[in-house]
Design a protein around this ligand. Structure first.
Ligand code: F6R
Length: 245
């Protein structure tokens, strides 16, 4: 695991966007795994800038997002589909036919998870998976528990995740769903390259467990220690509990 500590989210975003753009320029049909939330937003801005400057085209990429809330339609402002459209896809030449999402509106969630699993497999697998980390150590919505999940599944969100994310729902007078669909740890670990971004003091404990803790499903992100190609981008605050490196 490569751990890189930079000054601020802007510096991180430049490095992370550079890796992603390089991947796409080397292989226009790259398969990219994306995350939502605050952590990747600056990186998406840098990718949009590079697209606008003609440095990259996303026309031929295939995308898979990590997760989606159960019950939310793509038009809901708090759905992760809407987030991606607003923060990246809609501002570039991404081909929406190649955008893959777990459907929050699926009636048969087991069938939906199987469909997503097959889609990832048929795509040839994810070249780069971008991740954030929850304050409780979750990646995707793989919450702390007693085992690592392999493929996509339905998860009951923990109180810690609800406390972190409910502000987005409250802002528009909605209640946050208690369930989500998420890629499993296996899906994430099968990505050929992983980039994780964590900034701010609130992530410091989770980052310590990710980098220096035991590999345990109690901190789902800790399994990344076993992946051959992970780059973790931190700022000074999120790295503040790490030992000398
Ligand atoms: C989002 C996701 C989550 C977030 C994590 C951190 O698609 O899968 O694991 O990456 O909750 O969220 P932020 O970046 O908002 O702190």
């Amino acid at each position: 695991m490569k751990v890189i500590v930079l000054n601020d989210p802007i510096e991180i975003s430049k490095e992370a966007a550079e890796i992603i753009v390089k991947q796409v320029n080397n292989n226009k049909g790259s398969v990219l795994g994306f995350a939502t939330g605050a952590s990747p937003v600056e990186t998406y801005k840098r990718i949009i800038e590079k697209y606008e400057q003609g440095e990259v085209s996303l026309k031929h990429i295939t995308t898979f997002n990590l997760d989606e809330y159960v019950g939310l339609s793509r038009e809901n402002v708090n759905s992760y589909f809407y987030f991606m459209k607003d923060n990246l896809f809609g501002k570039t030449d991404v081909n929406f036919d190649k955008v893959n999402f777990l459907s929050g509106e699926a009636e048969d969630t087991d069938a939906e998870c199987k469909r997503y699993w097959n889609k990832i497999k048929e795509s040839g697998g994810i070249d780069i998976q971008l991740l954030g980390i929850g304050t409780n150590g979750h990646i995707g919505f793989n919450e702390p528990g007693d085992k690592f999940a392999d493929g996509p599944f339905v998860v009951k969100l923990t109180q810690s995740t609800i406390d972190s994310n409910k502000k987005y729902f409250e802002a528009v007078g909605d209640t946050m769903p208690e369930y989500a669909l998420t890629m499993g740890i296996g899906d994430i670990m099968r990505a050929r390259k992983i980039i994780l971004i964590a900034t701010g003091e609130s992530k410091a404990k989770a980052v310590k467990a990710l980098v220096e803790g035991q590999v345990t499903p109690e901190c789902p992100a800790s399994i990344l220690q076993l992946h051959a190609d992970v780059t973790v981008f931190l700022d000074k605050e999120s790295a503040s509990l790490l030992g000398d490196r």
